[in-house]
Design a protein around this ligand. Structure first.
Ligand code: ADP
Length: 396
């Protein structure tokens, strides 16, 4: 079955067409600057990337251009639209309503709408993509796959904040967690690699990208994760602060004479390793600066790694043990130096780094701990699109 996977943001849209039988990507790309001017990037597997400047005032027009590209007689991936048999949509926030992926119906769309409050930047954009696809492919079954769903197994002790209980009851203020599709995919893959039952393992997944989170997976269920009500909590990220003392918000608002929403903008967009280093949100730039002697860049790397070390320790404690630690996403898959900084501080858990394999592992699967390490550490490339494709197929 050919599945179109759509990840729709407010002004951009990523897509992949995947053959679910072979799990091969037939074509992929993105639409950028939707509603501004518009650029379509399209690549059929095996051919060069095509970049076309094309007006796309709305998401519907953007998706229409994607569909045209997919059936283009010269470079298309399928000969006509009937060969696209299902669409899987990434949806950021499913609140407490969705503990699993769900076939999209009018009721489901209304329920997603009710979660918009919790992710005002993301969910409305996801819904626009869903509606546009439904208009253009009215008879194709569609599935919503939620970033939050995997974490709905968290126990209340993990998801409650120490706030008045009524905020949870009235507004749903609790920890939800994100990156669920990735944490689920990677932890399942880890069980296959170590050839043990998923249900028998305690796994910690470190998803370290521009956005970053750690997840504790006990017996195949997420029992805690570092992101909270929103993706701002937890690790220090590219531009997000992660955990801070909440009093800092008022303190900075007063000192800098800015509003609360301006402070939130700083916490989301001007903090993290970018704010710390003053160099960039991209770890490759930070590494280059650190190598050149920039002390703030080195501090940003160390502070990032230190926060991961603390979360791994917390989750080993929460699960009363850990069998496998996984590293994934841009940094976790590629940056052997950061992995080493983290693993060197986990010897108390019995983690033994295999330096040679770690140094040689960039963007591929590898066990990066030694054979006698008590905890198996594995670099595993994440593949959220494939995970969405699999969930979609399972439901349609
Ligand atoms: P997101 O999906 O959250 O935008 P990614 O998972 O793509 O983020 O990760 C982006 C981060 O991964 C960037 O900070 C980038 O510097 C880092 N990264 C990507 N490739 C490499 C590499 N080869 N070496 C070190 N870091 C890398």
């Amino acid at each position: 079955m050919n599945v179109l996977v759509i990840n729709c943001g407010s002004s951009s849209l990523k897509y992949q067409l995947i053959n679910s039988d072979t799990e091969e990507v037939l074509a992929k790309g993105l639409c950028e600057r939707i509603g501004i001017d518009g650029r379509l990037v399209y690549q059929k597997t095996g051919l060069d990337k095509e970049i076309t400047e094309a007006a796309m005032p709305t998401h519907k027009q953007a998706i229409s251009l994607v569909l045209d590209a997919l059936v283009n007689p010269a470079t298309g991936a399928v000969s006509n639209l009937s060969e696209i048999e299902a669409v899987g949509h990434r949806v950021v926030h499913g609140g407490e309503k969705f503990a699993a992926a769900t076939v999209l119906t009018d009721e489901v769309i209304s329920a997603i709408e009710e979660c918009n409050d919790l992710a005002p930047l993301h969910n409305p954009a996801n819904l626009i993509g869903i509606r546009a696809c439904q208009e253009l492919m009215p008879n194709v079954p569609m599935v919503a796959v939620f970033d939050t769903a995997f974490h709905q197994t968290m126990p209340d002790v993990a998801y409650m904040y120490g706030l008045p209980y009524e905020y949870y009851e009235k507004y749903g203020v609790r920890r939800y967690g994100f990156h669920g599709t990735s944490h689920s995919f990677v932890s399942k893959r880890a069980a296959e690699i170590v050839e043990k039952n998923y249900e028998d393992l305690k796994i910690i997944v470190c998803h370290l990208g521009n956005g970053a989170s750690v997840c504790a997976v006990d017996g195949g269920k997420s029992v805690d994760t570092s992101m909270g009500l929103t993706p701002l909590e937890g690790l220090i990220m590219g531009t997000r602060s992660g955990d801070v003392d909440p009093s800092i918000l008022e303190f900075i608002a007063q000192k800098e004479d800015i509003t609360l929403s301006q402070v939130m903008n700083v916490l989301n967009k001007k903090s993290g390793v970018e704010g710390l280093s003053g160099v960039s949100s991209d770890f490759r730039d930070i590494e280059a600066a650190a190598q050149a002697g920039n002390k703030r860049a080195a501090l940003a790397q160390q502070t990032f790694a230190y926060r991961v070390i603390k979360y791994v320790g917390a989750y080993a404690a929460a699960m009363n043990g850990v069998d496998v630690i996984c590293f994934t996403a841009g940094l976790g898959e590629n940056d052997s130096k950061i992995r080493k900084m983290i693993m060197k501080n986990l010897t108390y858990l019995g983690v033994q780094l295999n330096d040679e394999v770690n140094d040689a592992t960039h963007g591929k699967e590898a066990i990066i701990s030694t054979a006698d390490s008590k905890v198996t550490c594995i670099a595993i490339p994440t593949n959220e699109e494939l995970a969405i494709c699999r969930e979609t197929v399972a439901l349609v």
